[in-house]
Design a protein around this ligand. Structure first.
Ligand code: FO1
Length: 325
């Protein structure tokens, strides 16, 4: 097992990322684990700051997430949303009453001068979350999906258009002038950092915004710690969301090979579902096969352990010891 004084950073997006973050939170103490969450999906709606991936991680670690839907809360009521409908308001983005309260309070905190990190910390404390959940940046970074029909803010593409338009490209507006959040920078520079886990989130729109932040790639390399990514593609399909469709439309192989090629030399190990063991895969990194489909809490914890074990196979210099094929 990983020493109790060793630290781990988990980079994650929405639903898939939140599952592994939950598994890691069951294995690592609050002082050991920093969960860095994508904020490229964020947008203002009805004047409220919506942070879907931060909220999905917060609801998941807080034990209140809607398990079937993946996002939003369990036991929601929709009185405000139904009334919005009666008022002829935009209702393509569903907002439950409890979820709305989170957006209202985040708005209030930000208006009082809280950074997004501080607002997130305050909200997470009220969900009884002891582990550190932080936004990748306190600056606005907006994922824009470029399509044949024009540019779409992420939620318009993902929810309003239900990922129908063909993607021709994507970009992260504001990323050039954004900085990693203070907690993210601190975690990357921590001398006890022992592993970076890239959760099975969409590599393009959930993981890239985090690693493309100015200085992050260099800090990851300079840390010399093992970077372990869990492939979000299983059997040529994404477990959830548009990742597979995006790979195909961006003319990348919809496979673990496509994921390995995308992450390139950033990775020390790619964790691939055991069902894909016979798939041809040529990577410059180690490949570890295990169950990566997380339906139960035990499976989330087991995958967390697998990833942490992979990180222990590496000497500080980053060279692999032993063959984990
Ligand atoms: N996803 C949907 O497909 N439809 C929705 O109406 C919707 C509402 C919503 C509200 C709050 C929230 O935090 C997430 C919500 N999501 C919805 C999911 C969200 O679009 C995705 O979870 C992320 O942006 C992608 O990971």
């Amino acid at each position: 097992m990983i020493d109790s004084d060793k630290k781990v950073i988990a980079l994650c997006g929405g639903v898939g990322g939140a599952k592994l973050a939950l598994g890691l939170s069951r294995v690592l103490s609050p002082g050991q684990l920093t969960i860095v969450v994508n904020t490229g999906d964020d947008f203002d709606h009805f004047g409220l700051p919506i942070c879907p991936d931060l909220d999905t991680v917060m609801y998941t670690l807080g034990g209140v997430s809607n398990k079937t839907q993946g996002w939003g809360r369990e036991g929601e009521s929709w009185h405000a949303f139904e009334t919005l409908k009666e008022l002829g308001a935009e209702t393509w983005f569903q907002l439950g009453d409890k979820d709305l309260a989170v957006h209202l309070q985040r708005r209030a905190l930000l208006d009082r001068g809280f950074s997004l990190s501080a607002a997130t910390s305050s909200l997470c404390s009220h969900f009884g979350i002891a582990h550190t959940v932080i936004p990748m940046s306190d600056n606005r970074v907006s994922t824009i999906i470029e399509t044949a029909e024009g540019d779409l803010p992420f939620q318009h593409y993902f929810v309003r258009e239900q990922c129908r338009p063909t993607i021709t490209g994507y970009r992260f507006d504001g990323i050039e002038s954004a900085a990693p959040s203070p907690g993210f920078t601190r975690a990357l520079e921590d001398k006890d950092l022992a592993a970076i886990i890239i959760c099975p989130s969409n590599p393009f729109v959930s993981v890239s915004p985090v690693i493309e932040l100015p200085g992050v790639r260099d800090s990851i390399r300079a840390s010399g710690v093992p970077v372990i990514a869990v492939s979000p593609i299983v059997g040529g399909k994404a477990i959830k969301g548009p990742a597979a469709k995006m790979f195909a439309e961006l003319n990348l192989p919809v496979s673990n090979q496509g994921v390995a090629d995308f992450y390139g030399d950033l990775l020390h190990t790619l964790v691939v579902d055991q069902g894909d063991r016979d798939e041809p895969l040529n990577t410059g990194c180690q490949v570890h096969y295990c169950n990566t489909v997380m339906k139960t809490l035990d499976e989330k914890v087991a995958l967390a352990r697998e990833c942490l074990h992979q990180s222990l196979l590496f000497t500080p210099g980053g060279s692999a010891k032993g063959n984990s094929h």
